[in-house]
Design a binder for this molecule. Structure first.
Ligand SMILES: Cc1ncc(COP(=O)(O)O)c(C=O)c1O
Length: 459
């Protein structure tokens, strides 16, 4: 790098320091938010300072507060790691500083995003003609796809939402499984659609297709059915074939929230999990989870490109307009970062084989982890480990809570807590390409130790 960019050299040095140690350091941040806030105390400086000094100061102030999400022993929430090519591409996106809303203004990054979109559809077995919008995450992908659904259903009964709005609009009914992700509710709220009507689920959280059919028959209002590829606890997939058939017979729109599960379609041995899913009308997923691109990166996919354009199409005299929808017409933002570029880099670095190995590797590690944990006395694995999630409970809620506390304090591994089906649970989400057999063995060992000491402590 040219020495006249000392701030970039400083950033590279800090990044290398972090990346070289992220796999071996304790997972939790070394300092808490109060200590970190103190580091940033003080008013806006009266005068500026050199960019490289700013970068060094920023890195040294933030580093004690970094959570090692990139560690192979990080299993919290569903967060993913970062592939090297995707990280480097993300840096370039910042350096290039393209406002990637208009095809003809920033054709380089738009062409790369178009290629990423094609590759995603191909890899996941989704219709090649679907429209793809690159957004910040699955919450916004759900929002984007559900906006398309809402406006298409209203247009189908003669109500143009773009001009008439939602006040006084005909009712749209939304059905979702009782264990849908909370971001679906958020998206529906932002869209003025209210809370969904809930459909029952089985012991793994999969929607009951027979109950759905019955519920669809009970009301003829235009309907959206929200289904799920990857339950946040069990990792389970809804029975898409039956659901899509029943919903389409009733004229309903089917939306799939596949924030981390959509990627099952990329691995041959997992394709059964997503059977029938390609027949849905829209899909939401993240690249920052299973695909391991840096934050933030989500993907909205809509089978009918016209429906996405109806919801987000936009023109203004001062903008450039191309013959096909511009990137800003597929997402809620006008100005936008070229988030699809790191996606392109991740897919280019992996290839079809590498992508399949990445997804299958996460599932293999989850299953190995589940076997190891199930072998510990008093540990029950509560879910069928068909994908990347492992949920355990211990003898009772008090021991579960104590074991989690000990694991978080000790800091070698980082699962997260939750409650599922009336029990306190510990969730392990295997989402990082670096999680190997050694990381799994260390994790099982850490849980065994925490369990021993919780038992001694609680008698
Ligand atoms: C199933 C599901 N849907 C949606 C989301 C929201 O994704 P994001 O946090 O990227 O907006 C998540 C996050 O974990 C999820 O697991």
């Amino acid at each position: 790098m040219s020495p006249d960019r000392p701030e970039l050299m400083a950033a590279l040095a800090a990044a290398q320091r972090w990346l070289d140690t992220v796999g071996s350091r304790p997972v939790p941040a070394a300092e808490d938010i109060d200590a970190l806030t103190e580091r940033f105390a003080g008013p806006l400086p009266a005068h500026g300072r050199r960019a490289d000094e700013v970068v060094r100061k920023l890195a040294s102030a933030v580093e004690p507060g970094l959570l090692a999400i990139g560690s192979p022993r990080f299993f919290g929430w569903v967060m993913g790691g970062t592939l090297p090519a995707a990280l480097a591409a993300d840096w370039l996106v910042s350096a290039w500083d393209q406002n990637a809303g208009m095809r003809d203004a920033t054709p380089g990054v738009v062409a790369a995003e178009d290629a990423a979109a094609r590759w995603i559809l191909e890899a996941l077995g989704l219709p090649a003609t679907a429209a793809v919008g690159f957004v910040t995450g699955a919450t916004m992908a759900n929002f984007t796809a559900l906006a398309s659904a809402r406006d298409a259903l209203l247009a189908g009964i003669g109500w143009d939402q773009a001009t008439l709005g939602m006040s006084g609009s005909p009712r749209i009914r939304v059905l979702a499984g009782a264990e849908r992700h909370s971001s679906v509710d958020m998206a529906l709220r932002y869209l003025g659609l209210g809370a969904p009507e809930l459909v029952g689920v089985d012991a793994q959280g999969r929607m009951d297709a027979a109950e759905l059919r019955h519920t669809l028959d009970a009301d003829q209002a235009p309907t959206i059915v929200c289904v799920q590829a990857g339950n946040i606890h069990s990792g389970a997939f809804d029975p898409f074939t039956e659901i899509v058939d029943a919903a389409h017979e009733a004229g309903a729109w089917v939306h799939v929230d596949g924030a981390f599960g959509l990627w099952a379609g990329a691995a041959a041995a997992l394709i059964g999990l997503v059977g029938g899913m390609a027949g849905a009308d829209s899909w939401a997923t993240d690249a920052h989870k299973t695909l391991n691109t840096p934050y933030d990166s989500g993907i909205a996919i809509v089978a009918d490109p016209g429906a996405l354009s109806r919801a987000f199409g936009h023109s203004a005299a001062y903008l450039l307009h191309s013959e096909v929808p511009d990137p800003h017409e597929k997402v809620p933002e006008l100005s936008r970062r070229a988030r699809g570029v790191p996606v392109w880099a991740a897919l280019a670095a992996l290839g079809r084989d590498g992508l399949a190995e990445l997804v299958q590797g996460l599932v293999d590690a989850a299953q190995l982890l589940a076997r190891g944990l199930a072998g510990l006395p008093g540990v029950a694995v509560l879910n069928e480990v068909v994908y990347t999630q492992v949920v355990i409970a211990l003898i009772d809620d008090a021991i579960t809570a104590r074991v989690l506390e000990l694991l978080l304090d000790e800091g070698l591994v980082r699962p997260s807590g939750s409650s599922w089906q009336g029990r306190s649970v510990i969730r392990f989400s295997v989402s990082n390409h670096g999680t190997d057999a050694e990381a799994v063995a260390q994790t099982v060992g850490a849980v065994a130790e925490a369990l021993d000491s919780a038992r001694r402590h609680l008698g």
